[in-house]
Design a protein around this ligand. Structure first.
Ligand code: ZN
Length: 296
């Protein structure tokens, strides 16, 4: 499953990583489109990863449906899709290493015992209180401020230890936390560039802390705006965003394209749409035809 580090740094590798809790909607398409455009503008690879370990939310057939939607819109991935649910042994191996290095610890706190907001106070970091059993597992977050440049949002800084504290890598329900698996997957798949919705910007500092502890290269990041409804609410499966209209693929593509701040493209086929969109994206983000981004 692992890719050679040489491969990882020598060429752009991007990904789209939907959770199959339903079909893609116009909001999730916007993030998919941005990651696809950025990969193609860099003449890089675009991978699809199905984030299906949050089993209560996973809908049967949704992943197949999502793949079909992408193909209908003319978005093709360059490798076989990867399913997180097939990688549980890998996650366990990585967590075993973290445990051997004393970088994680069991936490017995219930939600009611934690402060309603702010950082985890470190209650269990020096061992569990008498008679308590671990519910979740937390990462010992090193002190310091995590700084990075977001290609859309600009310079970012977060003191993870101070603002978030030791965060959960295995949830009380036994499911690996999103923060853990996304870092392992990006690291093992040799992802050089993450392009995704801005709702995940606040997760990025935590993911960088974890990636560094695990010895993975730190990907460049770009967090694009979320598509909102007329009320300004984020379009999401939770607020019942309508599924995309695949009978009108060009209209659907243009809706996401305009959501990224571009003028609608008068294309007559999905192929023509992408042929017109990719150079516009490259020129807005000053991507040279033969990418030098990972040469350093
Ligand atoms: Zn605790």
């Amino acid at each position: 499953m692992a890719f050679s580090p040489l491969h990882a740094v020598s060429h752009y590798r991007g990904r789209f990583a939907p959770s199959p809790s339903g079909p893609l909607h116009n909001g999730s398409l916007l993030a998919a489109m941005a990651s696809y455009l950025d990969a193609r503008a860099h003449q890089g690879q675009w991978l699809l990863r199905i984030e299906d370990i949050d089993s209560p939310r996973v809908q049967p057939y949704a992943s197949r449906y999502i793949m079909q939607q992408l193909v209908t819109l003319g978005m093709y991935c360059d490798e076989e899709p990867v399913w997180q649910s097939h990688r549980l042994d890998l996650y366990q191996r990585v967590v075993d290493q973290l445990r051997e290095r004393n970088l994680i610890y069991g936490c017995a706190c219930t939600r009611q015992e934690l402060p309603p907001e702010g950082a985890y106070p470190g209650t269990c970091s020096q061992g569990l209180p008498e008679g308590r059993q671990p519910r979740s597992w937390r990462l010992r977050v090193p002190l310091g401020t995590e700084r990075f440049e977001d290609r859309w949002c600009g310079p970012q800084a977060q003191n993870v230890a101070g603002e978030v504290g030791d965060f959960i890598i295995r949830r009380a329900d036994g499911i690996w936390a999103y923060q853990l698996v996304v870092v392992i997957d990006d690291g093992e798949q040799g992802i050089t560039d993450i392009v995704r919705g801005e709702d995940l910007l606040e997760s990025t500092a935590r993911q960088r802390v974890l990636a560094r502890l695990l010895g993975y290269p730190l990907p460049r990041v770009m967090h694009v705006p979320l598509m909102r409804d007329e009320m300004g609410r984020k379009l999401s499966k939770q607020n019942h965003a309508a599924a995309m209209d695949l009978t009108q693929p060009l209209q659907t593509l243009n809706l996401a394209w305009q959501g990224l701040g571009f003028e609608a493209l008068p294309a007559t086929s999905t192929t023509a749409f992408w042929a017109a969109a990719i150079p516009r994206w490259a020129s807005r983000f000053q991507i040279s035809p033969v990418s030098q981004v990972n040469a350093a």
